[in-house]
Design a protein around this ligand. Structure first.
Ligand SMILES: [Fe+2]
Length: 351
């Protein structure tokens, strides 16, 4: 009996180790590559080698000595997960003061258009009056989705009467959706609406999308800052225009009394931004994982930090980071146990 079971147990252990390594490779490397046939080929090849190879190899390496290999992989991955959990805890900010209209229900896993609004409140020494910011990201406008969904989402954001609106990229995933984007976009804040592009926008048609945003009345920031004054409160808004955050161009220093908002598509550059004068950083890109498991959370997050900053409010040094799930979904165009969202952030005077 043991002789019969040994290859099956060994195959299972090696196979699960292969699946774990495949997820690690996907999250940290493959998903960061530009969409192309080569990327698809690499993903399938890695899956075949690590997952398929794991099951097959385990079937033949059934001696107890070889079990050290998958057990070693599990131990290293567990240590990595514990380290991420610790760092996530260190950087964790405050939860939303409320969420509207509801949280995900266990009996309704498909949440693709179940939009919610998370409302945060952050005290800050630089403000003398409340500044309300509405944060929208990853619209991924898709002509196959009901256009009313996007219009309703923007109307919801507008109803909060924010001082400033910030859009942090990934407006469309396909050029066919450009007319849809032009139809739904408009300024939705009292003072100004700012935008940067995301990786999908750069892959599709950056010039055409930028033009569409400008025509819709949004200020597109390309590695530049815009200084404004809201009823005596000075602010600077900087758009960091490198969607992967891999470049070293510094964010220009702003006057110390200006509340400095930085828009970046991915939060992967948060440690560098925190060393600059960024007071608040707004980001998207991760879609909060897009597929989340109950009691586990995100499984696939295209970040060098795994799920450390996958969604919510974080504090890095003196910088507040907000990472929203976004309104749309990319490939596949579905969200599971992961509601699309808008952030409303009130910056209030510190007591
Ligand atoms: Fe996205």
């Amino acid at each position: 009996m043991i002789i019969l079971l040994a290859p099956l147990v060994s195959s299972l252990l090696f196979g699960v180790a292969g699946i774990s390594l495949f997820f690690l490779l996907m999250n940290r490397c493959l998903l960061l590559l530009e969409d192309s046939k080569m990327k698809t080929l690499l993903m399938y090849s890695a899956g075949l080698v690590l997952v398929g190879g794991g099951f097959v190899l385990g079937f033949f390496l059934k001696h107890p000595f070889w079990m050290l290999f998958p057990l070693g992989v599990f131990s290293l991955l567990l240590l990595g997960e514990l380290r991420e959990l610790f760092l996530r805890h260190i950087h964790r900010g405050s939860p939303p003061i409320y969420t509207q209209p509801h949280r995900v229900q266990i009996t309704a896993p498909i949440t693709t258009t179940d939009l919610i609004v998370h409302h945060y409140q952050v005290p800050h020494a630089k403000v003398t009056r409340r500044i309300r910011i509405v944060h929208i990201t990853d619209i991924h406008a898709d002509q196959r989705f009901p256009r009313d969904y996007y219009k309703k989402a923007l109307a919801t954001a507008e109803s909060y009467q924010a001082d400033i609106a910030v859009f942090t990229g990934d407006f469309i995933s396909h050029i066919k959706a450009l007319p849809c984007l032009a139809d739904i976009l408009r300024p939705i804040a009292k003072t100004a609406s700012y935008a940067i592009l995301g990786n999908h926008d750069f892959w599709v048609a950056p010039e055409a999308i930028s033009e569409s945003l400008c025509q819709a009345g949004l200020h597109v920031l390309k590695n530049e800052s815009h200084v404004l004054n809201i009823d005596g409160q000075p602010l600077a808004v900087t758009g960091y225009d490198f969607p992967w955050g891999t470049k070293d161009e510094a964010i220009a220093q702003q006057p110390s009394d200006h509340l400095h908002l930085v828009l970046t598509h991915t939060p992967d550059n948060i440690y560098r931004l925190a060393e600059c004068s960024a007071d608040l950083v707004f980001a998207g890109h991760y879609h909060a994982g897009q597929v989340r498991l109950p009691f586990r959370g995100s499984m696939i997050v295209p970040s060098i930090y795994g799920s450390r900053f996958d969604h919510g409010h974080f504090v890095v040094g003196k910088t507040d980071l907000f990472v929203a799930a976004g309104i749309g979904a990319s490939y596949p165009p579905v969200r599971i146990y992961c509601q699309p969202d808008i952030f409303v952030v009130d910056i209030v005077p510190a007591q």
